[in-house]
Design a protein around this ligand. Sequence first.
Ligand SMILES: Cc1cc2nc3c(=O)[nH]c(=O)nc-3n(C[C@H](O)[C@H](O)[C@H](O)COP(=O)(O)OP(=O)(O)OC[C@H]3O[C@@H](n4cnc5c(N)ncnc54)[C@H](O)[C@@H]3O)c2cc1C
Length: 425
Amino acid sequence: MSDSNWDVVVIGAGPAGATAAALLAEKGRKVLVLEKEKFPRYHVGESMMPYCWFTLDRLGIVDKMDQIGFQQKHSVQFVSRDGQVSKPFYFFEHDERASAVTWQVERMEFDQMIVDRAVELGAEVQDEQKVTQLIKDDAGAVIGVSVENSAGEKRDVFAKIVIDGSGRDAVVASKEKWRNRDPALNKIAIWTYYDGAMRDPGLDAGSTTVAYIPGKGWFWYIPMRNNRVSVGLVADRDYLYRDSRDPGEIFEREILENAWIKEHLEPGKQVGQYWVTGEYSYRANYCAGDGVVLVGDAFAFLDPVFSSGVFLALKSGELAADAIEMALEKGDASAAQFEHYGKDVCLAIERMRKIVYAFYHPEFNFGKLVKKHPHLRPILTDLLIGDVFVDKFEELFAAVREICDLPTELDYGFRVADLEATAGG
Ligand SMILES: Cc1cc2nc3c(=O)[nH]c(=O)nc-3n(C[C@H](O)[C@H](O)[C@H](O)COP(=O)(O)OP(=O)(O)OC[C@H]3O[C@@H](n4cnc5c(N)ncnc54)[C@H](O)[C@@H]3O)c2cc1C
């Protein structure tokens, strides 16, 4: 294949990019995925939402999830500021379909599995290929990308449409200066792994626990297979770095702030390094421009407290693939083709964003909400499982507003851009 003959070039082989690549290759499109890392590569983001099931099913890889043996996840539970452990939100109590069971995944294997599927369906995936520039025509439409491989060799690749699935590197949003940060959701995450830490019995063995550090932030506790647990701490920078910059010291200090986490980690042994990342939530001004579409974290990143990232990556990859297929059929890759795509993804993100804001509000807790409005528990569960592309949450959000303010919806992200004809972006 010459480098001027692709229907679609995808930047990044994460879940968003690889899903879009797989579904477009399945339609017979000539798809090239360019990934800067050597694959498979480590990635954080291990806890999935039940509604991931539908995209995985469309990709034809649900059975593979259990064959690989990823830890099954049946519920999520919350440890409140005063140490009370909520009744788990069991997904099957709400929806008995196969999608009620989800997974905790090692991303190295999960992401590789989607890439393998994309290749099986006909996409070409090249790793250690970093996209360095967008190539535009005289009118400003994106017509390709410049790439540099690990040996420093450069080349240009041309396609009818470029998909940006570059994750939090957000190649297009960075180059075009489209990234808008959400000032209220600016946290730091520190995480590591434990072997042999405590698991709750039976069905709860694979449950995600979100445990508040009173007034400050929260821990995630994600039991994975092979007796390993992913444990992370998310809080404000000033709080975390108040007396040390050492992630291990900070982590050990904070474990003492949460009795549930302390008890569960006690029998375990910490393994490997401590990882640290800034966790600013953001959204791009635009979901697309002429010849280019943004998916997954390259479009928007939302605080990971409800494990929505992989779900939104898979779903946006799927929706973008459908919109791109229609655009290619029409022979029109202009930005206007992608407005519906952007609107759908933004609406879903806004629903998740509201409950994320509520989570951080000192007056809010799920127990309080459900006690006052027991009939809203199913709709709250809908939100927590990822059934967020349907408009049914107004009563829930009205009830949440009785406890705390909710953010107004952002007025960007769903529109498409007029790209400037600055070659190289
Ligand atoms: C601390 C933390 C905890 C999280 N926990 C969870 C969780 O429990 N559950 C959950 O669902 N989500 C979680 N997330 C979010 C989740 O990790 C992301 O939403 C998800 O990985 C997004 O997938 P993606 O395909 O958009 O991007 P990615 O998975 O990041 O993939 C992007 C790919 O693009 C490649 N790339 C980047 N730049 C270039 C370039 N210039 N050229 C070529 N390739 C490039 C990268 O190497 C990468 O492989 C968490 C995030 C953070 C920060």
